[in-house]
Structures are given as C-alpha cells and as structure tokens.
Design a protein around this ligand. Structure first.
Ligand code: RM4
Ligand code: MN
Ligand code: MN
Length: 424
C-alpha cells in the first residue's frame, strides 16, 4: 500500500481554505512562525516496528485486521505514516522479531520508501524458541555466567544486524530484577550487569551509541536492576562516552518529575533521547499526549532550553522514538496522533519567550514564570504544525486523509483480515 502524492494534493486542496484561515490567525498571534516551521520540517520521530500491530494487555489481545505480517509490511506501514506527516522517516527494529532475511533487499526497500533505520533493540526479556538457556531469572544480571554470555552474545548479534542496515545505536532494555525480597544480591546483580554491558559496549562500532533504558517495575515487581535514571546513569557513566540514558515516559513511578530528570541528564551530556508514550498508572504505552499533555510540554521546554544551551541540533543530536502499544485503536491512526502531539509540544516549546522566562527565574518572579509557560501551553499551534507538514509534502489533516481514503480497508484487502504482527 503506497500513498499517492496526487491523493495528498487533492486532500490538501480540499482543506486549504479552512487551513489558511487558521494559519493566518496563528501567524498574526505568534512571532517567528517561519523559524518554527523550518524546525518542525526538520524534526523526525522514529516509529517502533513493534507498534504496528494491535498490542495486548496482559489479559487479551484483540487483533486488528490487515496487520503487517513481515518486516517489509511493517516498513510499508511506517512509509504510510511518513507520507502523511513527513515526520516519521525512520523505523526502530526489535531483534529477533525483525531479523531481515535479505539485507540488500531490505535496504533497497528502505531507500525506495525513503526510510532510515533508527536505534535497534535487543530482547533478553523473553525466551525464544530453541533457546539453550532461560532468562527466567534475568539475563545480563544472571548468577549463571553461561546465561549472561548468551545474553551478551545476543546483543552483539543485534549490533551486527544494525551495522548491516545502517543503524547507529543499540537500545538495551532489561527486564532483569527480582520479584521477592531476598531473591537477589543487589550489588552482585549490578556488578554482573555492568560487566555484561561492558562486553557489549566493547563490541560497539566507534560511531555507535548505546542507550540504556530504565524502568521502575514490571515484569519484576520487587526490584529492577536498571530501575531508574540514577541506576541507568551509574551504568552509562561507568561504560563511557558512547553510552547514554534513555527515557521512556511510561517507565517512572507515579508523579515523577520527568522534566527535571531530562534537564539533569542533558546537563551531564548523558541523555540518549526518548521513548514517547503516555500513561495514567504505569507502563501503559498510551498515545503520546493523551493523558498528560502539560507534562509533555514541560519536557519539551527543558529539551529546547537544554539543547540550545549546548548548541545542539534539535533534529539529530538526541534520539526521538515512540514506544507505544495500541490495544483498541488502529495502530497507524494512534501513531499519527502521537507524532502530532509531539510536534505540537515541540512547537510550543520553541515559542516560549526564553529571555522573559530567564529573567522571571532570576528575579524569583514565580507568577511571571508560570504565566509564560501556561500561556504558551494554551496557544493553539496546530495550524503551524499543519503548515509545516504540508510544505514538506504531507497532508494537512493526516487522520482525515487516512479515514476518508480508507487506508485500513486497502491494507486489509492486500493482507487479509487475519494477519498478526510480531511483538508483544
Ligand atoms: C519495554 C520497553 C522497551 C521495549 C519493550 C517491548 O517495556 O519499553 O523499550 O523494547 O517494552
Ligand atoms: Mn521503551
Ligand atoms: Mn515500556
């Protein structure tokens, strides 16, 4: 399924009049719209290969129809999203779910679809069919050296897959930890994990990064061996300059101040980037911005401030990825909504009157600081985001396009109703 450029043009001309009205209003209210539009055009958020099918809860999976059954089809789905929003030109693969059968063909397809390969993910949180040793009691932390070696080897193989495809980063998320007090010697588990990560780190090409993702709980419920940003930072500091801490928004304990974590990780030059999603209770993996849009804005406020303080390139110096799971919505629509929420927050953060905020902070003018942030958050930037998307060749209203042009129906016709994507 490919989106025809002509269809997008038709859609855009149908929506042009109403868009123009909104855009004119926005530009009359908002200074510097051209600079913001250019930054939005340059921005890209990677799509996870494992979020293109219907995700489950722990109790059931109600599969959607026309899910991508192969890596090629997953890439085609990402290309659909990218054609519509022009901000999703990369895919993050998960091994072994996405092992290519032919690298050249997959790379050619990527070129053809205008896609790049983002960070590649290892998986030692499940046992695979035919696997010699089990990860039931952990992988890189395991008390058994042979199990640690098996997990190290897997990560090294993942790097090799990534090198063959042109990825530049390995993301390691460990489910290692313990379920009951006394089960684990925390210090030994940390040391084993560190030594295992060091072996993987040694296998990184010099232009690669390693992202160490943390998570507070689940699947282990008493302790996690990379449970929070402090633990991740301990590892990444000890590992070296190619290791960074990855923030997945759903991986914190309730009410954690994620924006502060982000600011400090950037200060230490140890922020890898993000797995964007949203949550109410835990690792809910809901649509970005669907529950706590103000938090997302505050995070982008810190990101823009921190990146500008260091002269960083907003688009390329940090890793922007979505990590979500769609239990009831069409995954492609959900992902379009997520990218839109990210672009809105980014645009708003670019809009903040930085000198005024700095001066309010310096003068302890709490009210002014709050007013600046809240009035920016309440500014409607949707027409600016749409204008950027349209100028880059995307659709003014991607979700209307998707629905009106019956994209899912075409995918079902092509793939059948009963295809199931690999993933959780
Ligand atoms: C985890 C974590 C990882 C992802 C898996 C599928 O909760 O967020 O990033 O690889 O889920
Ligand atoms: Mn994640
Ligand atoms: Mn997660």
């Amino acid at each position: 399924m490919r989106i025809d450029k002509k269809q997008i043009e038709e859609h855009n001309s149908d929506f042009q009049k109403i868009h123009q009205k909104r855009f004119d209003f926005a530009t009359s209210e908002i200074p510097n719209t051209e600079a913001i539009i250019q930054k939005l055009i340059d921005f890209n958020v990677a799509i996870p290969s494992w979020a293109l099918g219907t995700g489950g809860t722990r109790f059931a999976r109600f599969s959607g129809a026309g899910e991508p059954g192969t890596l090629e089809q997953k890439m085609e789905d990402v290309a659909v999203i990218h054609a519509l929003n022009n901000s999703s030109g990369s895919i993050s693969l998960h091994i072994p779910w996405d092992i290519p059968s032919n690298y050249t063909e997959i790379k050619n397809l990527a070129t053809h679809l205008n896609l790049k390969f983002d960070a590649i993910n290892s998986n030692t949180f499940q046992d695979q069919k035919g696997q010699a040793l089990s990860y039931k009691y952990g992988s890189l932390q395991n008390t058994n050296k042979a199990i640690r070696q098996q997990a190290i080897q897997h990560n090294i193989e993942v790097i090799q897959h990534g090198v063959a495809l042109g990825s530049k980063a390995l993301t390691v998320w460990l489910s290692d930890g313990s379920c009951f007090p006394g089960q684990l010697n925390f210090r030994k588990a940390f040391q084993n994990t560190l030594e295992s990560l060091q072996e993987i780190y040694a296998a990184l090409p010099s232009d690669w990064k390693m992202f160490v993702e943390y998570k507070a709980f689940e699947p282990n419920f008493y302790s996690m061996t990379v449970g929070d940003w402090g633990q991740s930072l301990l590892y990444t500091n000890k590992l070296g300059p190619q290791a960074f801490t990855l923030v997945d928004l759903g991986h914190h304990l309730p009410n954690a101040n994620i924006e502060q974590i982000v600011a400090l990780l950037m200060m230490e030059q140890k922020l890898a980037g993000f797995h964007f999603n949203d949550s109410k209770y835990g690792d809910d993996d809901l649509t970005v911005g669907s529950i706590k849009p103000y938090q997302l804005f505050l995070i982008f406020n810190e990101l823009v401030e921190g990146m500008d303080a260091r002269g960083m390139n907003h688009a390329t110096d940090l890793a922007w990825m979505i990590d979500a799971s769609h239990n009831i919505k069409d995954p492609l629509v959900d992902l379009l909504q997520s990218v839109e929420a990210i672009m809105i927050s980014y645009a708003q953060a670019l809009l903040i009157d930085r000198p005024a905020l700095n001066s309010a902070q310096e003068n302890n003018d709490v009210v002014a600081a709050q007013e600046i942030l809240q009035s920016t958050f309440r500014t409607d930037v949707r027409a600016i985001v749409a204008e950027a998307r349209c100028r880059a060749g995307g659709a003014l209203d991607p979700i209307s396009f998707y629905r009106n042009n019956k994209v899912r129906a075409s995918l079902i016709k092509e793939r059948g109703a009963n295809t199931v994507a690999t993933g959780l």
